[in-house]
Design a protein around this ligand. Sequence first.
Ligand code: TGC
Ligand code: FAD
Length: 392
Amino acid sequence: MNSDIKLIPDYFQIDDLLTDEHKLIRQSVRNWVDTRLKPVIDDYSQRHEFPEFMVKELGELGAFGPYIPEEYGGAGLDHMSYGLIMQELERGDSGIRSTASVQSSLVMYPIHAFGSEEQKKKYLPGLAKGEFLGAFGLTEPNHGSDPGAMETKIVDKGDYYLLNGAKMWITNSPIAEIAIVWAKDEMGKVRGLIVERGMEGFTTPETHKKWSLRASVTGELVFDNVKIPKENILPNIQGLKGPMMCLNSARYGIAWGVVGAAIDCYSTALQYSMERKQFSKPIASFQLQQKKLAEMVTDITKAQLMVWRLGSLRNDDQASPAQISMAKRNNVEMALRVARESRQVLGAMGITGDYPIMRHMMNLESVVTYEGTHDVHLLITGLDITGIAAFK
Ligand code: TGC
Ligand code: FAD
């Protein structure tokens, strides 16, 4: 293939806007994805198995809590770096990016932002190193898009809280050592708790038969009269804004991550179209295939510009939740479109595990739903521009 062809597009020279440190971080994650993840991920997905060996390696790579300060085991990096790490991981697989998103944004972030000094010292260094995983329990069997109506409850029993209820669709729940669980107290206020594996009455059944994120483990968190020590409550937050602030960070990471999945699909299609011949010519020479490729690279470029700007706003603490929602929604839809178009460029080969496209496409069907569905994010934009909430 012509060596001038860029398989990882940078059409608007966004690299010029990154620091040398950003590029170095991106390169180290890119190398890890190419050498450790890509060669094995199709097998794990086909077997519906989580590559557990990656947890320690992700910790060593600095993919867990990159923006958490170094004194707690994080890397003290900026949000642009976090985004670039998510992009590279999802170029490999959305499920592996999910593992890093949950650990960083949904477990380490709330402990760091809302936890006591003792909680930060107890949990953050081990989470950062990948010594153990955490999970985040917000969604319930009867409450997905409307987490404010959650039924999971804590009752103050003097020395401890008694926790009852259930969470569903929880990434990493069957293998996590701790879970950040959101529950209502007697006053109906949402509180955050650190629930530890081994606490009596706490179980984590696995969810089987997923056609999406097959290399990521999903399950439930079930609480049957679990005694939670008082020191396990997150002291510095009350109300739904606690979990929502965690989601801002995770949704931001997803907006970046899916650009990676789109790049992987596009570059596979570009390469294939240059090599595959029909009617004695590479299929890349036909206008209809060029239209697909040109639209894909345009879509990816727009998404790259959006997350770069969002990253600089977030670094200045200026990114609004509505901006994050718009970027998450836009970029996931873009990545799904790119995956579907790329799959067609490969013809029948596109449906096999010899190429990553079908796996990305199936993964993205979860990504478009979790962390707030495509429709919910549209309604968040609607609320932002009209001032009228159309959820209820
Ligand atoms: P609403 O009345 O609007 O808000 C209640 C309180 O929360 C505050 N708030 C936020 N604060 C910070 N950031 C945000 N993004 C916030 N959104 C809301 C709000 O200011 C208010 O605070 P206060 O102090 O006034 O009480 O809430 P609502 O009940 O009307 O619901 C609004 C809605 C629908 C937008 C929201 O609840 C929502 O986003 N629903 C989607 C739920 C969701 O995203 N779940 C994700 C679960 S975790 C997950 O999917 C992990 S996947 C992990 C992986 O594998 O990568
Ligand atoms: P519902 O809320 O029942 O929505 C069903 C449909 O109705 C959607 O299309 C939705 O857009 C639409 N809808 C809902 N309300 C409205 C409205 N007001 N107006 C218009 N349309 C509406 N959750 C966690 O807490 N932690 C996790 O780690 C986690 N990991 C996940 C991993 C996977 C693989 C998946 C698939 C999900 C995960 N989730 C997790 C749950 C995820 O956040 C929820 O699935 C999501 O918030 C949507 O909730 P729901 O599935 O109950 O759909």
